[in-house]
Ligand binder design. Structure first.
Ligand SMILES: [Zn+2]
Length: 307
């Protein structure tokens, strides 16, 4: 399986348009050792020809242009055969609205994520210009499904959704929607004929036995790296919200993922969905050193992995 990180940052990216925190400033003026990052989106493929996107970031157009394997090969064409959504957050779904231009799309999502994007969303009409413009394929927790090429052939990849503690997207809060265990999922992706698994957990509110078990069965693990600490935004004065209010388990601290996942043996363990305030983004920070000492990597745009 080929894996390419198109974007590695959390919502807002780094630098974020309305932020001049140490990291954002440094990403602009070079005063800090930090790489700019676009918002989270990862491409996977079995054969290097047919690709599937994990989430569709608002920066999808530039992300596709930045990776030649995703360029159209002829008039009105795309190697992108499908898009898999892990939740309905805007930084994961806005890109769908940027992939219009009358191109048929196949979207894999759980039913609550599909409903949250489609219902009461007048902008969704831009993806309903002709019958069948979007084909939704339902993901159910614990059920492994094939990813199909748009010609109807199997792609060689299969995917299983894993219910992971999360929360409703911010724009769906306060509307009386009943939270669902499948509002937020992780993904386990395997290539046919291989026992190796990519486990993709870019938003994890807290650890459950299911999350731990999935992480332990991974050969390559992507994990929620949004925040280093529970109080990160509050200490900076950027927001009143704690990491847990936003359903993100921090990396550091006693209950953080670095300590909790210390027994995970995956050959590649990578933090992704990195918020621009996170000190692990600075290549010379103590937090980056702690992560790397523990055998973890920090995702960056353009990172490629062969699994
Ligand atoms: Zn910032």
């Amino acid at each position: 399986m080929k894996i390419r990180v198109l974007g590695s940052a959390a919502g807002g990216g780094c630098p974020q348009w309305n932020c001049a925190c140490r990291n954002c400033r440094g990403a602009r003026d070079g005063s800090v050792r930090i790489e700019p990052r676009t918002q989270e989106c990862v491409a996977v493929s079995a054969d290097g020809e047919a690709w599937f996107l994990l989430n569709a970031s608002p920066e999808i157009r530039a992300q596709i242009e930045g990776f030649p394997a995703l360029h159209a090969r002829r008039l009105r064409d795309s190697p992108v055969q499908g898009i898999v959504l892990t939740n309905g957050d805007l930084d994961h779904t806005l890109g769908l609205l940027c992939l219009r231009e009358s191109h048929p799309l196949v979207v894999y999502a759980t039913e609550p994520v599909r409903r949250g994007f489609v219902e009461s969303n007048v902008l969704y009409r831009t993806l309903q210009r002709f019958p069948g413009q979007v084909s939704w394929r339902t993901l159910r927790a614990g059920a492994e499904v094939e990813l199909w090429k748009d010609g109807g052939d199997p792609s060689g990849l299969s995917i299983e959704a894993l219910a992971v503690p999360g929360k409703l997207p911010v724009h769906l809060e306060g509307l009386g929607l009943v939270p669902d265990a499948c509002d937020n999922v992780g993904l386990r992706i395997r290539e046919r004929g291989s026992r190796r698994a990519l486990v993709y957990l870019s938003a994890v509110g807290r650890l459950t036995p299911e999350v731990l078990s999935a992480a332990e069965r991974a050969d390559c693990l992507f994990f929620d790296g949004t925040f280093w600490s529970e109080e990160e935004l509050r200490e900076l004065g950027a927001s009143e919200k704690r990491a847990s209010d936003m359903a993100h388990l921090p990396i550091g601290g006693v209950g953080g993922s670095l300590a909790a996942l210390s027994g995970v043996g995956a050959a590649r363990r990578i933090y992704i969905h990195l918020n621009n305030t996170n000190p692990v983004l600075r290549e010379d920070s103590a937090e980056r050193a702690a992560v790397e000492r523990a055998g973890w990597e920090v995702a960056r745009d353009g990172m490629e992995i062969a699994l």
